[in-house]
Design a protein around this ligand. Structure first.
Ligand code: VTB
Ligand code: MG
Ligand code: MG
Length: 328
């Protein structure tokens, strides 16, 4: 059937809505521990809540990007099977609390994030670093390139946008490893938004520069977060490239075991996430696109973005949970 609303993997529109519940639950749990300075505790409750919700879904899911290997992560480890055990076979990438430090410090842009895709279509990436480059929709394909000089990328983007370079803002993780990148970008006259953590939010920000003020994301962060961000961009449109940093024989061997034969390969957005994909993120702390969880006297309010690549629908869902008990 040639119907955009159905997909071969059974990633139905209903499942997209179900994913909102999954990230809402994780976000509420983590938000109770905002600003307590305890990253581990906040992460753990988010993991537990996300797993409980996932196991209520009518799917046969496998976690392909998760909290780590089975021995280091008791729950939501890579390879864990989730769901009710009937329904479509899907692969899942998740980060129940993306930006644990942000949440512990109660700073902006921590999220509960998940993406679900047709089996075998998300890059099975080891937990190493990834060089990332992302821009939002509306630009000709290939105007920026991960192998080009960062300053040239900024200038090409400004030209394509039809603005002076001084009106471009790049989002970069604030890390010593980015000193050269930062200098190169600043040499063009562009502005830089430095973020402490949370590059999934940083990359999603490029999809709506008028709201977020971010035009381009550049730099090195976690590979799992790269696959999650690519899933989101697949739904909204935009361009992303990522290259795994496999800089030791041990990492090259680990990647090889996961099926990665060329350690230097630069992956395009639709190679990081190649099939139909559903994506959901709920704000834990206030952010540029999503407000964090609000605890009122008689309700809990969440803001969630839900996207679906096959229809390219982006929904923002504000939910008022009046049955507070269900989150206890
Ligand atoms: C990023 C960011 C995460 O880790 O991927 C980053 O998205 C990786 O870099 O929020 P560092 O090892 O330098 O932190 C986080 O900051 C934390 O998971
Ligand atoms: Mg995590
Ligand atoms: Mg993370």
């Amino acid at each position: 059937m040639n119907d955009r609303r159905s997909t071969d993997a059974g990633l139905t529109r209903e499942l997209a809505m179900e994913l909102a519940r999954v990230t809402e639950a994780a976000a509420v749990a983590a938000a109770r521990l905002r600003g307590r300075g305890d990253e581990k505790a906040a992460d753990q409750v988010a993991v537990d809540a996300m797993r409980a919700e996932l196991n209520r879904l009518p799917i046969r899911g496998t976690v392909v990007i998760g909290e780590g290997e089975r021995d280091e992560a008791p729950m939501l480890y890579i390879g864990e099977e989730v769901g009710l055990g009937h329904g479509p076979e899907v692969d899942i990438a998740l980060d129940p609390l993306e930006g644990t430090t942000i949440c512990a410090k109660n700073m902006p842009n921590s999220l509960a994030v998940i993406s679900m895709a047709s089996k075998g279509t998300l890059l099975f990436a080891p937990d190493v670093y990834m060089d990332k480059l992302a821009i939002g929709p509306g630009y000709p394909v290939g105007i920026v390139d991960i192998d080009a000089d960062p300053a040239d990328n900024i200038r090409a983007l400004a030209k394509a946008k039809g603005v002076p370079v001084s009106e471009i803002t790049a989002c970069i993780l604030d890390r010593p490893r980015h000193a050269d990148l930062l200098a190169a970008v600043r040499s063009t006259g562009a502005a830089v938004r430095l973020i402490g953590d949370g590059d999934v939010a940083g990359i999603i920000d490029t999809t709506d520069p008028e709201v977020t003020g971010v035009d381009i994301y550049m730099g090195r962060g976690g590979a799992p977060e790269g696959v999650l961000a690519a899933s989101a961009l697949r739904c909204v449109g935009g361009q992303m490239q990522g290259r795994l940093i496999l800089d030791t024989p041990e990492k090259i061997a680990r990647a090889a075991k996961m099926g990665i034969s060329d350690p230097m390969r630069a992956y395009k957005m639709d190679e990081l996430a190649s099939g139909d994909v559903l994506f959901a993120a709920t704000g834990v702390t206030d952010g540029n696109m999503l407000k964090g969880v609000k605890f009122a006297k008689n309700y809990i309010q969440t803001e969630t973005i839900v996207m679906r690549s096959s229809s390219r629908t982006v929904r923002e869902i504000t939910a008022r949970h009046q049955d507070i008990e269900k989150f206890n």
